[in-house]
Design a protein around this ligand. Structure first.
Ligand code: ADP
Ligand code: MG
Length: 706
């Protein structure tokens, strides 16, 4: 093989045989390129060399000196097997003993007269009379670099900022570092930079080869920016690699978007007659933000390009009405409209709410969920349903619409780029509106929904006073009863929410039931109701109705009520085992109160007790800003888990971090979209095409043929 073939197997790297190749494969390193892009996860500064005379114990230090003595000793004659390899070095300022336990093979490497660099923990010796360095990392300098003046010139493991990699059993940090050192030395210069200079240059980013070399083995000059930048992944070299990765990601999204734009959609021309009737009926005026967003939507709907728009709006910002108005616009033009929710419960709740709002507009509304199918499917296919509300069942095989014009996807985070592509592949090409109640940090929105246009409802309806949130521990649990008493005395209503986590669903449910019974006993003069996911939809609906019209004062529930429930008279939300919820979910739950003009409260009962869970929950007390909460949640859980990126079909990112690299993401996005504008097939950029294939794999194929 030639050393410039980056796709050659690692086995051909110097020092790698079949066995090490197998170990490397466990780390995902199969080719020379993989090794080059296998980045350190942290760095240690072993570059500042201390004079032995200046050493102080209890700390990691680097020293360099000449070997005076190197011996294996047996400190305890009764334990012949216990051996210590000892080296004594001198740097002219003093003498230091280095000790390695049970590593007698080192004897073969060290000999007197060598110049060495040692890095390790400095401690008092056994007698407390001097210092020694224990199990240090070591470097034996070449003859010709035997000068104290320049010990870092050949350092791999010491005398420099040293990379630390995630390794695997059987492959030591030192071995792995040696392998990568050799790969960087021989192959980094053969990496050809896929990024055109005109894109990279304005951002002052270093070139790719330089970045790869320095990200592994920062040169003394490059490290001047600091160990911290390297460790945070914000060094210029990290930024360069992150830029490439995010650029490639965004190019993929730009390609998808371009494909969507080229498709033919419906040009609606609604006369807004149904919409105006709805508006007349509403007990409130739309907020400016709702107006504006609805105009964005209408503009999209009127154009023949299929709409793909994301609507972001915090809990309670009034997305439902906007969605409904959009659906009415489609219905006015003789099309069907569908609203898809991720769970049956949510679908039912939307059905109840929307049904109530449009009952007397003479429209036919249907509910389609997994458990309620056959009859409904016929109705939908026959066109005898104007608005269909349902779950994923809506896009499953066997469901066909007579004339579907608009699909609204609510609470979309489990419904990503891929699912939308599937929808189009079914041959349905309706306008699509995606609603999210979970505020998505802009950086994530740009990535996960980077092919979408988006609008934000950035204003809450007037007369809402901020909810007061308090964190309770088990100790002050009883105070909750006082609060319930106080609120209900004022004629207000209360939610008490229990977690429902799949693994322990039975016990969870039991505790919700017990909770309801308990509250009923404590408050015999009030009525406590119970609602959970195991109940039949009609039963649930009955309980909800009773709560809505005030006949139930305390509603105990599982997370059923997370989204969609709307009872403005409810002013107290108590969340039991708050530590078992994600922050974004707590934010949704809290959003069930504070919907009227009365002061509302949210009590988070933390049974966790741990410092971590308390800190996490503190965020809820500090802010009601959904964006901040989402960002915090993202920090804690990582984007993959937060939004299920894996299910959503987005490529995994190796270098870039969407939170940390938000600025780079914006730059990369701008450049990527403008490049696709200039050269939509990337005919002039074969290298970029190749990078896209590497990152996106087959996923992009789906879009090409869609
Ligand atoms: P979300 O955005 O969380 O889905 P909803 O659509 O459920 O919010 O609306 C929250 C509450 O605010 C509902 O009671 C709704 O009727 C009410 N609402 C919506 N828009 C307005 C408005 N412009 N003025 C007053 N109340 C509004
Ligand atoms: Mg909603």
């Amino acid at each position: 093989m030639s050393s410039n073939d980056l796709s050659s197997p690692v086995q051909y790297i110097k020092g790698v045989g079949p066995q090490r190749a197998r170990l490397l494969a466990r780390l995902g390193i199969k080719t020379v390129r993989d090794a080059l892009f296998y980045l350190p996860y942290r760095y240690e500064d072993r570059s500042s060399i201390k004079k032995i005379v200046h050493l102080r114990p209890e700390g990691l230090h680097t020293v360099t000196g000449k070997v005076l003595k190197a011996d294996v000793i047996t400190p305890n004659p009764k334990r012949q097997k216990f051996k210590i390899f000892e080296v004594v070095v001198s740097d002219g300022s003093g003498i230091l003993k280095a000790k390695w336990f049970n590593q007698t093979y080192l004897k073969k490497l060290f000999s007197t007269g060598q110049q060495v660099v040692l890095y390790g923990m400095v401690k008092y010796n056994y007698r407390g009379t001097g210092f020694e360095i224990i199990n240090p990392e070591y470097e034996i300098l070449d003859e010709n670099e035997n000068e104290e003046a320049n010990p870092s010139a050949s350092g791999i493991h010491t005398g420099r900022i040293v990379p630390i990699y995630r390794s695997t059993e059987g492959l030591s940090q030192r071995q792995l570092r040696n392998i990568i050192y050799s790969v960087v030395g021989s192959s980094a210069i053969h990496v050809s930079d896929p990024m055109p200079l005109e894109i990279i240059k304005p951002y002052n980013l270093p070139d790719l080869q330089e970045s790869l070399s320095n990200i592994h083995f920062p040169s003394a000059s490059s490290a001047s920016g600091g160990l911290e930048d390297l460790n945070r992944g914000t060094s210029p070299y990290h930024q360069r690699l992150a830029f490439d990765e995010l650029f490639t990601l965004q190019i993929g999204l730009a390609v998808i978007k371009k494909g969507e734009v080229l498709e033919k959609g419906i040009a609606f021309s609604p006369d807004e007659r149904l919409i105006n009737r709805l508006l007349d009926k509403l007990p409130f005026k739309l907020t400016g933000a709702q107006e504006k967003v609805f105009r964005d939507i209408l503009k999209d709907m009127r154009s023949p390009v299929p709409m793909n728009r994301l609507i972001q709006g915090d809990v309670g910002s009034g997305k439902t009405v906007v969605a409904l108005m959009s659906m009415l616009a489609a219905v006015e033009c003789g099309y069907q409209a569908a609203l898809m929710a991720p769970t049956e419960i949510l679908a039912e709740q939307h059905y109840i709410n929307i049904h109530r709002l449009v009952e007397d507009l003479g429209l036919k509304i249907h509910l389609l969920t997994g458990s309620k199918r056959n009859k409904e499917i016929e109705v939908i296919a026959s066109g005898d349903a104007d608005i269909v509300i349902g779950t994923h069942a809506l896009i499953q095989e066997g469901v066909s619409f007579k004339k579907l014009g608009l699909i609204v996807i609510d609470e979309q985070h489990r419904f990503g780029v891929m699912q939308r592509a599937i929808l189009r592949k079914k041959g349905i090409n309706p306008d699509t509106l995606i609603m999210t109640a979970t505020p998505i940090p802009r950086t994530l929105a740009l990535t996960l929904y980077g092919d979408l246009d988006y609008s934000v409802i950035d204003e809450l309806p007037p007369n809402r006073s901020p909810i007061i949130t308090k964190l309770f521990s088990e100790k002050n649990k009883n105070h909750i009863y006082t609060l319930i008493e106080e609120e209900t005395k004022k004629g207000r209503q209360v939610y008490v929410v229990y977690p429902l986590i799949e693994e322990s669903e039975k016990t969870d449910l039991r505790s919700a039931i017990t909770g309801a019974e308990g509250l009923q006993k404590i408050f015999p003069h009030l009525r406590a109701g119970l609602i959970h996911g195991r109940m039949k939809p009609v039963e649930r609906e009955d309980v909800m109705k009773e709560f809505k019209n005030g006949n139930i004062h305390i509603l105990v529930s599982t997370t059923v009520i997370e989204v969609g429930v709307d009872v403005p008279n409810a002013t107290l939300m108590v969340i039991i085992h708050a530590e078992r919820f994600g922050l974004a979910q707590l934010h949704q739950l809290r959003g069930r109160v504070g919907r009227g003009s009365n002061q509302s409260y949210c009590i988070l009962l933390n049974y966790g007790g741990s410092e971590d869970s308390r800190k996490r929950l503190e965020v809820m007390v500090e802010t009601t800003d959904g964006f901040r909460i989402a960002e915090e949640d993202l920090n804690i859980r990582g984007p993959g888990e937060f939004f299920g990126t894996r299910q959503s079909g987005m490529p995994d990112l190796k270098v870039a971090n969407l939170l940390r690299d938000a600025k780079i993401l914006e730059m990369a996005r701008k450049e990527a979209f403008s490049l696709i504008e200039r050269d939509s097939s990337l005919a002039g950029y074969p290298q970029i095409r190749k990078s896209i294939e590497d990152l996106w794999g087959k996923r992009l194929e789906l879009f090409k043929t869609a």
